[in-house]
Design a protein around this ligand. Structure first.
Ligand SMILES: [Fe+2]
Length: 294
């Protein structure tokens, strides 16, 4: 496999929003943060974003969370219908949940994967240590969410996650592949205010940064910030020690290449042409290949 298309933050609404409960309508408006609460427009953006992803020549598709606005079962069903209509090849779609997907219950994600999203479960976030082997690249989808009040939007890289990811890094069967963590929350401090960071940030982020700093083949695709992010992670080991990591013969190139990569939000992009982020897999690492829209 050669090219990855990355979409994020779709925030799909209940298509029968006007007929839904007062509680749902209140919560959907509150968490939409001023965005129009218009199910059809958001659905159209997803459909067009997926069409662009398909047209880009990508052979794997990542959607990094906030698939829905509230994690309501009807929203997941609508999201799944739109995804089904895109007819992407089996096993080529990796989904992870975002904080919005856990605002209704602590079992919403599991029930979505057992229900309408079942065709996508094999390549999506389930148990810690999940690996989705796609030839030259292996995806490690991680669920950073938990059921919480809509006043919070934080995530957690749970204590068992670093061990599980490290086991994949050390797995000889994956030694020649680019390894790509997929999770919703970015693994760095994105608020200056510590209280804002506590409400909206990722607990356990240092575990992710440590792994990135020690493994040149490891990258992370995330959402949550609703914008393009490119962060370079410096390696803590000297270039000579990286010979064990295939694909880093040009270690200097790897140390100056962004490995924390965020995608823009489908729900915030223009109606006609949501942008899709592309990456190419080269020599055991990811290389950003620009934004694509139709
Ligand atoms: Fe979002």
């Amino acid at each position: 496999m050669r090219r990855i298309a990355h979409l994020s933050d779709v925030h799909i609404l209940d298509p029968e929003h006007r007929r839904s409960s007062t509680r749902y309508r209140f919560a959907a408006k509150a968490v939409s943060l001023g965005r129009p609460v218009d199910p059809r427009t958001r659905a159209r953006k997803l459909t067009r974003g997926l069409a662009a992803a398909k047209a880009s020549g990508a052979d794997h598709f990542v959607i990094s969370g906030d698939l829905t606005e509230l994690g309501d079962a009807t929203e997941f069903e609508y999201f799944a219908n739109l995804l089904d209509e895109a007819r992407l090849p089996d096993g080529s779609v990796t989904l992870v949940p975002g904080n919005h997907d856990a605002y209704t219950s602590d079992s919403a994600w599991r029930r979505a994967l057992e229900g309408p999203l079942k065709p996508y479960a094999s390549a999506s976030a389930t148990e810690p240590g999940k690996v989705v082997d796609r030839g030259t690249v292996a995806f490690l989808p991680v669920n950073t969410t938990s059921y919480q009040s809509i006043a919070f939007s934080c995530g957690t890289f749970t204590p068992d996650a670093p061990r599980a990811v490290q086991a994949r890094i050390d797995d000889p069967a994956l030694r020649d592949k680019a390894l790509v963590i997929v999770q919703h929350h970015p693994p760095f401090q994105h608020h200056k205010n510590p209280i804002a960071q506590w409400i909206d940030g990722l607990r356990g982020a240092t575990h992710v940064l440590d792994m990135l700093a020690n493994h040149a083949r490891l990258s992370i695709l995330h959402g949550h910030l609703h914008r393009v992010v490119d962060r370079i992670v410096s390696l803590t080991r000297p270039a000579s020690a990286l010979g064990q990591d295939r694909g880093v013969a040009g270690a200097a190139a790897v140390t100056t290449r962004a490995r924390i990569l965020g995608a823009p939000a489908v729900c915030d992009d223009g109606d006609d042409a949501p942008r899709v982020r592309l990456y190419d897999v080269r020599d055991g690492t990811l290389e950003a290949a620009g934004l694509y829209a139709m």
